[in-house]
Design a protein around this ligand. Structure first.
Ligand SMILES: [Zn+2]
Length: 207
């Protein structure tokens, strides 16, 4: 590392261990919009290029697997479970080039600082997550992450009522909890017109 710094231009910050700049990518959308699939696709491409990749997901999400992120289409990539955003910083190794994080909405705003710090170090950070909760409210820290990201991809599902592009996650069972982990048994993708921002409105059209 000393050699590396010696070779860099004097005007560059001396704590910068890499020649390349890092950045933050956010993949945001409703459930069933292919967020995890898109994350896994990007991680796989990085690995094909022999880049060192580390992937994390919150411990809360054990729907499909303890040690993999898995898309609804059953693409999978190995991952480590973490309880807090700070744990990401502790677990990212010095030579890691790409960090993937799934289900970003299950972390607190600390994830914003962590993403910025990793990018500052030269890491490519890719975070996927739900940008709204089941009532249609922006789900922090995703809005904050969208603000700091260099690159944003908004993924859309297909409305399960009318077939239009869907931007909302409709909860179809009664629960007032913001976090209720489930899949097609508890949620549907809906467009703006068909979305009903209540937990107990599985089949009622808003008109
Ligand atoms: Zn619709």
């Amino acid at each position: 590392m000393d050699e590396l710094i010696a070779q860099t231009n004097d005007s560059e910050p001396s704590h910068h261990p890499r020649a390349t700049t890092g950045w933050v990518e956010v993949i945001a959308g409703s459930m069933f919009s292919g967020k995890s699939e898109e994350l896994i696709r990007r991680l796989r491409r990085a690995k094909i290029a022999r880049q060192k990749v580390q992937v994390f997901k919150p411990e809360i999400d054990t729907r499909f697997s303890q040690d993999h992120i898995v898309s609804h289409s059953e693409m999978r990539h190995e991952s480590a479970n973490i309880r807090s955003a700070a744990e990401v910083l502790a677990k990212v190794e010095a030579d890691t080039e790409v960090v993937g994080i799934d289900e970003g909405q299950f972390f607190d705003n600390e994830l914003v600082r962590v993403a910025n710090e990793l990018a500052q170090r030269g890491v490519r950070v890719i975070i996927a997550g739900l940008d709204q909760d089941y009532t249609g409210k922006p789900w922090e820290p995703m809005p904050q992450l969208l603000a700091i990201a260099e690159y944003i991809t908004k993924t859309h599902a297909i409305c399960m009522k009318c077939g239009q592009p869907a931007n909302y996650t409709q909860r179809t069972v009664e629960s007032e909890e913001r976090v209720a982990v489930g899949g097609g048994d508890m949620y549907e993708a809906r467009c703006r017109r068909c979305f009903v921002p209540h937990a107990d409105a599985p089949t009622v059209h808003p008109e």
